[in-house]
Design a binder for this molecule. Structure first.
Ligand code: UDP
Ligand code: MG
Length: 327
């Protein structure tokens, strides 16, 4: 079984040497034990880094035939970089893992074991989150709940650390989505899946490349790319508010026609204006979110371009330019 480990890297010069070294040791162990074939490899995807990451990757790929490098033409974000790696490399099984060593690389061996047991997808699930800040922990847990509420099928506490078999990757290739949320997509592919558990640690070095803004945008993608439930909830809210206003109308008319207390009510006219105004704005906002999605999908733009692919079978001095965008 040929294993390919795919590692997206964005400005990771600080952790890269350590990551490459540790993954190299791991792969050596796995090949020696015969669990994976000798032509297994580690593929670093440079997501348009502005630091020395690509230089380091190139050096590594030239030095050691286990390492390959893939350079995207510019920064396309973690999900696109990961997809580029997955769809560009060969291998019977592919493992994706972050470059920062937050995920326990020793879990890869267990994933490989599960693959040999006949599983097509093996999710890496965090059993402990002590290393995360309280904010990240709480927001992540709340978010998984929210996804569940909207009927999005994701594995609790699993990010993008997983093993996929060749046929699962080929299935993934057929999804042309522009708004990528891989951890929502993979469960849709089916086939036998299982989980392995590991403790998530702190970033080995460097800073998070996922600022809050990007995290929020990924979070929104996770819901709007997989669930139309918010649209339905708006409709239900709309029906509820409409029925309520019919009731209020009846009450107002009754006061006006059959009683003497028809004092012009400031509160009862001003409050609904705010309330309904708020509901409308919220609804339009959610609709807008979906319209934006449609807009992006309708354009169907290529998700990334591979600028260079070095190492492995190809010679490093002759990088292969791939015209295909793997859409
Ligand atoms: N990453 C990437 N492109 C980006 C941002 C991040 O390829 O635009 C990579 C990054 O190098 C790392 C992984 O995605 O390997 C996860 O990022 P990070 O560890 O910074 O996220 P966090 O763990 O803080 O959520
Ligand atoms: Mg990280």
């Amino acid at each position: 079984m040929q294993l390919s480990i795919v590692v997206p890297c964005y400005n990771e010069e600080e952790v890269f040497p350590e990551t490459a070294q540790r993954l190299g040791v791991l792969l050596a162990r796995l090949t020696e034990s015969g669990k994976v074939a000798a032509n297994s490899k580690i593929v670093f995807v440079d997501d348009g880094s502005r630091d020395r990451t690509w230089t380091l990757i190139e050096e590594m790929a030239a030095r050691d035939s286990w390492f390959e490098g893939l350079k995207l033409s510019r920064n396309r974000g973690h999900q696109n970089a990961l997809l580029a790696g997955l769809l560009s490399v060969d291998g019977d099984a592919l493992v994706s893992i972050d470059a920062d060593l937050q995920d326990d690389i020793n879990a890869i061996e267990e994933m490989v074991d599960r693959y040999h047991d006949g599983y097509d997808v093996v999710y890496g699930v965090r059993s402990a989150r002590e290393a995360d800040t309280a904010f990240k922990r709480l927001s992540a847990q709340g978010y998984y709940r929210l996804l569940g509420f909207f009927g999005v099928d994701v594995v609790f506490n699993h990010a993008d650390f997983r093993l996929m078999s060749r046929r699962v990757v080929e299935a993934l290739r057929q999804y042309g989505e522009v708004n990528l949320f891989l951890r929502g997509l993979i469960p849709l592919l089916g086939h036998r899946s299982t989980s392995v558990y590991y403790a998530r640690t702190e970033r080995f070095a460097g800073e998070s490349k996922y600022p809050l803004r990007r995290m929020l945008s990924l979070a929104v993608d996770g819901i709007t790319s997989f669930s139309a439930a918010p649209l339905r909830h708006i409709a239900v809210l709309g029906i509820f508010v409409s029925l309520m206003s019919v009731g209020i109308m009846g009450w107002v008319l009754w006061i006006r026609l059959f009683t003497e207390q028809a004092v012009p009510g400031w509160a009862s006219s001003v409050l609904p204006i705010y309330f309904i105004g708020g509901v409308q704005l919220l609804s339009i906002g959610i609709l807008g979110e979906y319209v934006a999605k449609l807009y992006a999908e309708a354009k169907n733009r290529p998700r990334y371009f591979v600028e260079k692919h070095v190492g492995g079978q190809k010679s490093a001095s002759e990088p292969e330019v791939q015209p295909d965008t793997y859409r």
